[in-house]
Design a protein around this ligand. Structure first.
Ligand code: ATP
Ligand code: MG
Length: 212
């Protein structure tokens, strides 16, 4: 059996064409089904539906042979024990620093102010501000980061931005680009050795779709 770990939502949706190229069709839509293990048209392939942040953990421990995870998630996780051969070029967005409209971020940085930063991406935020020589207090959040500057929890947030619609709706503006984000294929290293005959054609099929 080959087990593929995916998260619901954009990653699942954007992985479908890649699976199709490998001749894999899920038997059910995870948005409609409550099942966490979803069969496919292939007897030897199943999908497991996990939180986006948990994909690396399932693959690292071999509970899934492969999975799809955002670069944001992989950088926070550390990627230990994972083989990351392919950038799938899906679920694209940017990791950015954003502040309340009217907040003078550049002035605060120039003055050497100690900034309060709310984020789910603590590691990446720490590295970013350390590289800039800006002192920060990091506040770990698990979602709805946009709220933090509006209620005085933080001066700025580090969050993913795609269209900017959510920032705009909350009167926030992006002030710094940290990195471009897309999702990568991750594989368990032992699985790649033991199941190479079945995994390699899948990787080749995924690769054939990327960039088309
Ligand atoms: P949840 O929304 O259930 O709390 P999550 O935020 O981790 O979980 P998603 O919002 O589905 O899950 O994001 C999954 C992945 O998709 C992220 O890790 C990131 O790589 C990417 N992503 C997140 N937000 C966007 C976006 N606005 N546009 C494109 N890709 C995004
Ligand atoms: Mg989300």
């Amino acid at each position: 059996m080959i087990t593929i770990a995916l998260s619901k939502g954009r990653i699942f949706e954007e992985t479908l064409p890649l699976l199709a190229a490998a001749g894999i069709t899920p038997a059910e839509d995870p948005e409609k089904s409550r099942k966490l293990i979803i069969g496919t048209n292939r007897d030897d392939v199943r999908l497991i539906i996990v939180r986006a942040t948990d994909v690396p953990t399932y693959v690292e421990h071999g509970a899934a042979d492969l999975g799809v995870a955002g670069k944001d998630v992989l950088l926070e996780h550390g990627g230990d024990g994972l083989y990351q051969p392919l950038d799938l070029d899906i679920a694209k967005c940017r990791l950015m620093v954003a502040v309340r409209e009217g907040y003078d971020y550049d002035a605060a940085v120039k003055q050497g102010a100690r900034l309060k930063i709310a984020t789910k991406y603590v590691k990446q935020a720490r590295d970013h501000f350390a590289a800039k020589g800006v002192h920060v207090d990091l506040i770990k959040l698990y979602g709805s980061m946009e709220l933090a500057p509006l209620v005085g929890l933080a001066d700025a947030i580090v969050d993913l931005v795609s269209t900017g619609g959510t920032l705009k709706a909350n009167k926030l503006v992006a002030v710094e680009h940290i990195r471009d984000i897309s999702s990568r294929l991750v594989l368990n290293q032992a699985a790649l050795k033991l199941k190479r005959d079945r995994l390699q054609p899948m990787l080749d099929a995924f690769e054939s779709v990327i960039g088309k």
